[in-house]
Design a protein around this ligand. Structure first.
Ligand SMILES: [Zn+2]
Length: 297
């Protein structure tokens, strides 16, 4: 049994509109799972998958943000209600210890091992050390679980993924070592490396960057990458494995506005976890539900 938890930053579920890339660019692999595009009207239980529209706003006014949203998602706590605001970028200081102790990566250790599939290069750790950037929720969760951080060598051997799915950014930084790959192959790599762990977390924030207009990559290319990533995972996972995909807030699904949205976010599940995760109503429910899915190897 393995849970492959894919966190896609900043994707909401909305209707088919001309500014929603999920309505414009075909997603053949996703359509094979939910019968059509990744839109609000595809919500429901399908033969092979479950698609739920779940809340990320918690009745708190304003636009949902990554700091509190990701803490809610990974730690299974009502982070927004606890600090009574939506905090952007990084987890609220007051909640970081809880994130370390209550993340899905940490909870999995009772049943076996967990891992963080993303690779980081030396430049990332230098930027953390010199305080150019702060630790994201995922990095804090991984530290709290004591998991090994994957490196460039892991990307070279196909034993890690990069945040942009296809390794293009890491290839530009390390052209001698890292090659770009098809998003489908990244999915194959993810499902394969997940087989040795109870929970494997992978995160991509390409969607949020594009939603904010801070990337030169066009939205259609991003949709195709996500679709092919999912295609590679589903083709490779074993019958006992579950794929769980969710987000922290909407953004990308409304390209006419560079801010986040209050749209519900998708919870897309493939595999045995569908039977448990249909109870999930908001992003703070996922970690508890995943804990119920975990079983000793
Ligand atoms: Zn954002």
């Amino acid at each position: 049994m393995a849970i492959i938890f894919v966190f896609i930053d900043g994707i909401g579920l909305a209707a088919a509109r001309s500014d929603n890339p999920f309505a414009i660019t075909p997603m053949p692999f996703v359509a094979g799972l939910i019968g059509g595009p990744l839109l609000i009207d595809a919500v429901g239980r399908h033969r092979q998958a479950l698609l739920q529209a779940i809340d990320a706003c918690f009745s708190v006014p304003g636009l949902p943000q990554s700091g509190t949203g990701q803490t809610a998602l990974f730690a299974g706590i009502d982070a927004v209600g606890m600090v009574q605001r939506h905090q952007s970028h990084f987890p609220p200081t007051a909640l970081q210890q809880t994130l370390r102790e209550r993340s899905v990566l940490r909870r999995a250790l009772v049943h076996g091992s967990s891992t963080f599939a993303n690779a980081f290069d030396g430049g990332f750790w230098d930027a953390i050390a010199t305080r150019k950037i702060r630790k994201s929720a995922s990095v804090i969760a991984a530290e709290g679980a004591g998991v090994r951080f994957r490196e460039i060598a892991d990307l070279e051997s196909g034993d890690a993924l990069s945040w942009d799915i296809t390794n293009d950014v890491m290839h530009a930084r390390h052209p001698e070592r890292v090659r770009s790959i098809d998003a489908y192959d990244a999915g194959v790599n993810l499902a394969r490396l997940a087989q040795g762990h109870v929970v494997t977390l992978y995160e991509t924030f390409l969607t949020d960057l594009v939603g904010h207009g801070r990337s030169t990559i066009d939205a259609g290319t991003v949709v195709t990458r996500i679709d092919r990533l999912i295609g590679g995972i589903v083709a490779t996972m074993r019958p006992q494995d579950s794929l769980v995909i969710s987000s922290d807030h909407g953004n990308f699904e409304c390209q006419s506005d560079p801010s986040h949205t209050r749209n519900p976010v998708p919870l897309l599940v493939v595999g045995p976890a569908c039977d448990t995760l249909h109870e999930v109503q908001d992003i703070s429910h996922i970690a508890d539900a995943l804990e119920r899915v975990m079983r000793p190897e």
